[in-house]
Ligand binder design. Structure first.
Ligand code: NAD
Ligand code: UDP
Length: 331
């Protein structure tokens, strides 16, 4: 299939472009490079041997995006483009609502106008809010604590309504748990701007000596050791989940968790990282981070049953590949 990938220069997008090409699809990337660099696509070329047609376009700008639809005949699209920093979304709610909602609406409108009826969307486990674990797709969503999470819940509704109104439109809504890791080549991975908010990039930067020590946000949660539990998923597994979703699209909007189904605490992850890479990660326990929940992990059986997809890589590979990328990264 010929696939449009928005946000394809970013962390999850670039890994998915690799998986798509490896599965024999052709890809066009659109990105405004607001949180990525074009060099990621050079690295994708090194891995796959393929040039990736690229458009430096903002997905919220309909007239610009329409030129891409005019120039290609797509069979489907994957929409990664979006702003994703939870804390920043609290400070800049309008920028988040505008970027994440308008991009989804413009893209859905053009997709329908040009008969591109396969639409895969990046959602997030954050839409579940502080629900009972494990989170399964049938749960009623609880309010999230931030505008970022709200943009994901609203985009899900917009796409579900669009699919309801158009019997040809097939939408797959993928709720990611916590993506970590990097391509095994070490050529592409996650390189956040400034001080990382997320655990794994913080850990790798402490290991590298860029940051002094990890701050563990709270050890008094009702979890195995008191620290927060999350469902970490290797980004290459996640990328393959997108290819599976594209291959199994059927009319209507369908929601899938992409997670491993296994919870790992902060201290378990630190220990696994130290062991996998034989390197120390100093840490201190500090207060809870506002807005954090104790536990978040997936009920992962629906994607296995309906998409034939399941995560294969464990926490050791996640820690090893994250560290390999960080060591290579000149930033
Ligand atoms: P990322 O920031 O690395 O990638 C997003 C890409 O979209 C970037 O390359 C950015 O430049 C581009 N972009 C943003 N707004 C754009 C616009 N208006 N027009 C064109 N390009 C635009 O983030 P990621 O981690 O790869 O996340 C991809 C998607 O998955 C996002 O929608 C994110 O919200 C979602 N998601 C991410 C996580 C995570 O933890 N990484 C978890 C759940 C969901
Ligand atoms: N965390 C931490 N120190 C950090 C970053 C995160 O202790 O510097 C904890 C956080 O409280 C949560 C887990 O690690 O329990 C995962 O946090 P992350 O921000 O990576 O993902 P999210 O909270 O969005 O699931």
């Amino acid at each position: 299939m010929h696939i449009l990938v928005t946000g394809g220069a970013g962390y999850i997008g670039s890994h998915t472009v690799v998986s798509l090409i490896e599965e024999g699809h052709s890809v066009v990337v659109v990105d405004n490079l607001s949180n990525s660099q074009l060099s990621a696509l050079d690295s994708v070329k090194k891995i796959t041997g393929k040039d990736i047609p690229f458009y430096h376009v903002d997905v919220t700008v309909e007239s610009e995006l329409e030129k891409v639809f005019q120039a290609h005949s797509f069979d489907g699209l994957i929409h990664f483009a979006g702003l994703k920093a939870v804390g920043e979304s609290v400070e800049k709610p309008l920028a988040y609502y505008y970027n994440n909602l308008v991009s989804t609406m413009v893209l859905a409108k053009l997709a329908q106008a040009y008969g591109v009826n396969r639409f895969v969307f990046s959602s997030s486990a954050t839409v579940y809010g502080d629900n009972q674990v494990p989170f399964h797709e049938g749960l009623d969503l609880l309010p999230t604590t931030n505008p970022y999470g709200e943009t994901k819940a609203m985009s899900e509704r917009i796409l579900s309504d669009a699919a309801k109104a158009n019997p040809n439109f097939a939408v797959s809504i993928l709720r990611y748990f916590n993506p970590v890791g990097a391509h095994e080549s070490g050529l592409i991975g996650e390189s956040p701007n400034g001080i990382p908010n997320n655990l794994m990039p913080f850990v790798t930067q402490v290991a590298k000596g860029k940051l002094k020590q990890l701050r563990v946000f709270g050890n008094d949660y009702d979890t195995v050791d008191g620290t927060g539990v999350r469902d970490y998923i290797h980004v290459v597994d996640l990328a393959e989940g997108h290819v599976a979703a594209l291959n199994h699209l059927t009319e209507g909007a369908h929601i899938f968790n992409l997670g491993t189904g296994k919870g790992t605490s902060v201290l378990e992850l630190v220990e696994a990282f130290e062991k996998a890479n034989e390197i120390e990660v100093p840490y201190e326990i500090v207060d809870r981070r506002p807005g954090d929940i104790a536990s978040c992990y997936a009920e992962a059986s629906k994607a296995k049953k309906e998409l034939g997809w399941t995560a294969k890589k464990g926490i050791v590979e996640m820690c090893r590949d994250s560290w390999k990328f960080e060591k290579n990264f000149q930033g």
